[in-house]
Design a protein around this ligand. Structure first.
Ligand code: SAM
Length: 279
């Protein structure tokens, strides 16, 4: 079996298949076996159905296939498909799909490949579409247990931030609503080929905790409105969605100060405001 995490193998593959890195697709391949193993350990893939987004040349896929139940990889770059077929050909538990993760019908993929069973997501995510991919995976109410994802450090900081912290954003609230952040570790930029400008971080999001009683449409309309104008007070930023007088009443009832900004409100605060509107 080829050591896919080796720079020499990647160079050989480039020559053999005429493969060229496409920067706009976020192609930075892992070249350190330790980090491949750490991702797989954190995800706990053994005996599980796994969906991998952006397998590249199959570096993480090859290691996961040894112990997971079924592995489905979705790769947008058609020039990588023959490479994946050759590198992963010896495994009978892998399906390779050439598609854009943002366009593919995930419900259908999961139904056809995992027979309606639960699954996990593992991905060294393409940085240019990190947020839309996370949104698509968590919003669709698929039977996804958890996601182990590698993201740029800045995105990890936004995901992890609590209210009143510098990086607190609508993404922080979105993630808190849908998941429980279990743990993670830092990944230096030196373990990728080509080397990106920024370090990364691996995070694991447990998606099994979603049981909150709230209208999600209202909640996220409020969150988006609040953070779109994050320098304004929440009373002003939400006035595009709710009449100010109604909002004043709700704030008084909930004991929230009118001069707060979106960045000072917790997920629970936003849920309480949403539920008042839903009454
Ligand atoms: N998993 C490999 C590794 O860790 O070495 C490659 C990770 S690389 C950061 C991201 C991969 O995602 C690339 O192979 C890229 O072609 C693929 N990709 C980019 N956009 C995609 C999309 N919209 N749908 C599916 N795959 C995509």
């Amino acid at each position: 079996m080829k050591k896919l995490y080796s720079p020499k193998t990647i160079k050989d593959i480039q020559k053999l298949y005429g493969f060229k890195f496409t920067k706009s697709l976020g192609q930075n391949f892992l070249i350190d076996k330790n980090f491949v193993d750490k991702i797989i350990d954190l995800s706990e893939v053994e005996g599980e159905n796994i969906l991998e987004i952006g397998p590249g040349i199959g570096t993480i896929s090859q290691e996961m296939a040894k112990t997971c139940k079924k592995l489905v990889v979705i790769e947008i770059d058609k020039t990588l498909i023959p490479i994946l077929k050759d590198n992963l050909g010896e495994f009978s538990n892998i399906d390779i799909i050439n598609a854009d993760i943002l366009k593919i019908d995930l419900e259908k993929v999961v139904k056809e490949n995992f027979n309606g069973e639960s699954f996990k997501v593992v991905s060294n995510l393409p940085y240019y579409i990190t947020t839309p991919i996370i949104e698509k995976l968590v919003e669709n109410d698929l039977a996804c247990k958890d996601m182990t994802i590698m993201v740029q450090k800045e995105v990890a900081d936004r995901i992890k931030a609590d209210e009143s912290m510098k990086d607190y954003s609508s993404l922080s609230i979105f993630i808190k609503f849908y998941s429980n952040l279990i743990s993670g570790f830092k990944v230096p930029k030196s373990v990728f080929m080509p080397q990106p400008k920024i370090d990364s971080q691996v995070l694991k999001l447990d998606l099994r905790i979603y049981d909150k009683d709230v209208d999600r449409d209202i909640l996220f309309k409020l969150v988006r409105a609040g953070f779109n104008k994050r320098r304004k007070t929440i009373l002003n930023s939400l006035s595009s969605v709710i009449e100010k007088e109604k909002l004043r009443e709700i704030f008084e009832k909930l004991g929230l100060k009118e001069n707060l900004r979106a960045e000072n409100l917790s997920l629970d605060d936003f849920i309480k405001i949403s539920n008042e509107l839903d009454n």
